[in-house]
Design a protein around this ligand. Structure first.
Ligand code: FES
Length: 126
């Protein structure tokens, strides 16, 4: 029922952890199940140079978190904003229909971390 890629990212999640001096942090919760995901990003110029995540959730949520960190690392902030939850699920070879709601956290977490970074930069400039 899960693709090999989902199982691989669940069993060996990439970029797990936190970044104590992160430039942006995004916390999102899944209204369906109450699971939580936290994304930490380091930004240089307009690029995400490092990203880590902590997910308090199911295997599909962990796999999608892991996948999105690989998809956006090294990307510009604009490019990362364009990565959708749907794209993450597709990159994993799809998720069972009953677990699609689990893919609603990953890209949203990254987007929130970017917004957090941008609000801090804006605050500094202002
Ligand atoms: Fe909550 Fe999957 S069951 S994110």
């Amino acid at each position: 029922m899960y693709s090999d890629l989902v199982m691989d990212h669940f069993s060996h999640p990439r970029n797990v952890g936190s970044i104590p001096d992160a430039d942006g942090v995004g916390l999102v919760g899944n209204p369906v199940c109450g699971d939580l995901m936290k994304m930490f990003i380091k930004v240089e110029g307009d690029r995400i140079v490092d990203i880590k995540f902590q997910t308090f959730g199911c295997g599909a949520a962990i796999a999608t978190s892991s996948m999105v960190t690989e998809m956006v690392k090294g990307k510009t902030l604009d490019e990362a904003m364009d990565v959708s939850n749907q794209a993450v699920a597709e990159a994993l070879g799809g998720l069972p229909a009953t677990k699609m709601h689990c893919s609603n956290l990953a890209a949203d977490g990254v987007h929130k971390a970017i917004e957090d970074y941008q609000s801090k930069v804006g605050a500094k400039k202002g």
